[in-house]
Design a protein around this ligand. Sequence first.
Ligand SMILES: Cc1[nH+]cc(COP(=O)(O)O)c(CN[C@@H](CCC(=O)O)C(=O)O)c1O
Length: 307
Amino acid sequence: TRIHAGKIWLNGELVPQEEAKVSVLAHALHYGTSVFEGIRAYATDEGPAIFRLEEHVERLFHSAKILRLEIPYTPEQIASAIVETVRTNGWKSCYIRPLAWFGATSLGVNPLPNNPADVMIATWEWGAYLGEEAVRKGAKLVTSSWRRFPGDVMPGKAKAGGNYVNSALAKMDALAAGADEALLLDKEGYVAEGSGENLFFVKNGVIHAIEHSVNLPGITRDSVIEIAEDLGFTVKEAYRVTREILFTADEVFMTGTAAEVTPVSMIDHRPIGTGSAGEITMQLRKVYLEAVTGQRSEYRKWLTFVK
Ligand SMILES: Cc1[nH+]cc(COP(=O)(O)O)c(CN[C@@H](CCC(=O)O)C(=O)O)c1O
């Protein structure tokens, strides 16, 4: 599947996709030493709006700091470059992928003194992350044989390219097992997150946001917690959750920029609740989508309009 990315912002210039190339000697290509973001722009009555741009750019810089990667632009410059890339490509809605990486100026494992980073921003159209069926009927999850890495092994709070070898392995094996997504446990057997999403469960009307120190601090997770509380739900942070707590939950759902709010109807061959998309889940999904498309004034604070 060819990605139609149009013009790509590469080290300060907007270039046609075909010209946006990197050296095969780039350190990041060999060792996974890149950092990236996943952001969405949604169509609104006032043109495309980028969702929580500031928080995503801030996380990109935090990820870079953890890898000792120096991005040679300010957060403000990256934010305006993202807006410019969406505008130039004329997207009404799109997925936005900023990436910064150690380039081809060092040999061997040590990336230093290879700085400043190369930086690119690509945009493309990306629909339902797990497919429309998973949204309608709930996604099927299997517990992965690959565990989420401990925080002293890989920096899970950095959105670092190398971390996604773990996600890719888990995702491939989940799909091969006939599921839509992988559920990753930590080494103690506690639920961490999906290969590309955070996890929530609902029990007796109370919403539990799974918290785990090795998880990526999800921006969608943060947004859904605020929306749920505004709707009057009780939301609790859930630590050290074992998988059978999910089996006996009334509802389970996943959140992520790409996944948005996706219901889960099956985990390890056990139906969750009624075995279909949960009611509270679908209410949260509805309000989340209203928020990102500018239909809820109380969440316009999260939108950067591309004029
Ligand atoms: C491991 C992981 N955990 C949680 C999340 C949710 O974070 P947030 O987007 O801030 O709510 C994501 C985003 N996954 C991104 C990349 C997906 C991909 O396949 O690539 C995304 O959703 O854009 C993760 O990759």
